[in-house]
Design a protein around this ligand. Structure first.
Ligand code: SME
Length: 165
């Protein structure tokens, strides 16, 4: 089970390496997509400094629907193309926003959010959802956060069965 004394420290690369190691431990022996998403959201929210929201939107039909997360209650449905999450989904690429107030169409779920990173969850070519991180600090996320979160998303997808229902 999850055992650690404190939030990982070191360079960003070291922190993401440690989070990846802990994520693999949490996923071991468990393939449920919701359970693993819930644990990954909790791991990220615990392990990374200066976040106010971390979680998942799951593609259901042609909408992104709120999944497991840590943070304040959030908007439930997002159309692909709308906001940062919808842009990452529609374009199937990670979107890193240094200042959400300068991002046209940003959906303000928590007024405290100042910057955001959204990583698409792709099973081959197929989009199944997005992983969304929000921070109250402007410019909180950089290319290292993007590659670190993309690696966590890949670990998650490999460790979990597709979403049901
Ligand atoms: N800000 C996001 C909406 C989701 S919340 O941040 C949790 C967006 O613009 O897509």
């Amino acid at each position: 089970m999850f055992e650690t004394s404190g939030r990982p420290e070191g360079t960003k690369a070291e922190i993401y390496e440690e989070l990846a190691r802990q994520a693999s431990g949490l996923f071991h022996g468990e393939r449920d997509a919701i359970a693993n998403a819930a644990n990954l959201a909790a791991l990220i929210a615990w392990g990374l400094a200066d976040l106010n929201w971390a979680g998942f939107y799951i593609l259901r039909g042609d909408e992104l629907v709120l999944g497991p997360f840590v943070g304040k209650p959030a908007c439930v449905r997002i159309a692909p193309g709308r906001g940062v999450c919808g842009t990452a989904a529609a374009e199937r690429r990670s979107v890193l926003v240094e200042d959400v107030h300068a991002f046209p169409g940003h959906i303000a779920c928590d007024a405290a959010s100042a910057s955001e990173l959204v990583v698409p969850l792709l099973r081959g070519e197929r989009l199944v959802g997005v992983l969304d991180l929000d921070s109250p600090l402007k410019g909180r996320f950089d290319a290292e956060d993007q590659s670190g979160c993309e690696a966590l998303a890949r670990l998650y997808l490999a460790a979990s069965d597709p979403f049901q229902g």
